[in-house]
Structure formats: structure tokens, C-alpha cells
Design a protein around this ligand. Sequence first.
Ligand code: PRP
Ligand code: MG
Length: 155
Amino acid sequence: LLHRDIFPVMKNAEVFQDCISLLTEHVEHLTTPVDAIVGLDARGFIFGPLMAQRLNIPFIPVRKAGKLPGETIKYSYQLEYGSDTFEIQKSAVHCRQRVVIVDDLLATGGTMKAAAMLLKSLGAEVVECMVVIELTSLKGRDKVPAPLYSMIQYH
Ligand code: PRP
Ligand code: MG
């Protein structure tokens, strides 16, 4: 699998700011008001908190398993090589909270699907899943059980 890397975006402050602005403006233009931004460990943490700050709404982390205290729920998913498990605190979201999930990249879609399933199982409404880059040929968006927005698409 070709490696699409998002780190060059952050080497240029203006490019990084524009990227956060585009993502934030997209959320502002959604017809459903959004209560919180959910970011996915690890690279979703680069974009999610900055968006939440601009939007003046909470940031909620979904972490790789074994990192969060308190009562949690887990969801395991397949990766290109092997598998991984996501975990979220039960107290992190409340029922019917309207959230947008953010990650850097959509490849096979397994990661985003796992995150959306976790949030839905806690009763949250997943208004949209957002990624900076979508690798369209892998058809990951077909797996995601919510509307998917990507800023940049590569075949
Ligand atoms: C990468 C990337 C996405 C995921 C996309 O994360 O940051 O989260 O893969 O792949 P998928 O659509 O096929 O599931 P990775 O698990 O490599 O870890 P990291 O974010 O912790 O660096
Ligand atoms: Mg990731």
C-alpha cells in the first residue's frame, strides 16, 4: 500500500492553518449542529483538538486499548497488518450527543468504522466522519456507517 503521509502539511504553518480552517468551516456548514469533535488515537489527535478549539466545543479522544481509566468499552478491528482495539470512556459521551469523528486518513475504513461503532454503541449521533486524505480505490467509505467527508482524495 502506498504510504500517504500527512506530516509535510504541518511543516508549513500556513498550510497547516488552512487545513484546520477548511475542516472547521466544513463542520460549521453542516445542517446539524455539532456538540463535540471526536479524534482517533494517534494521528486524529493532530487535527481534532485544533478543530474543537476553533469551534469552541469539547474534544473527545478515542484511544488505543489499555490507556484509559474508568469504565470503558472496546471495539477491535482489522488493519492491513494485524489488528488493533479502540477504547472510549463510557462517560465521554452522552446519549444523542451529536459528534463528528476526525482522523488523518481513510484507507480500508476499518479504523473509522470501529470508531463510529463505538460512538453509536454509546448512543451518540455520528453526524459525519471526516478525514484529511481518502484513498478512494480501497473503497473504505463503503464500510463507514455514517456520512464521510474527505478533504483530499487519491486514487
Ligand atoms: C492509520 C491512520 C488511520 C488508519 C487508516 O493509523 O492514521 O487511522 O491507519 O487505515 P484504515 O482505514 O485501513 O483503517 P494507524 O493505525 O497506522 O496508527 P496511528 O494513527 O496511531 O499512527
Ligand atoms: Mg490512525
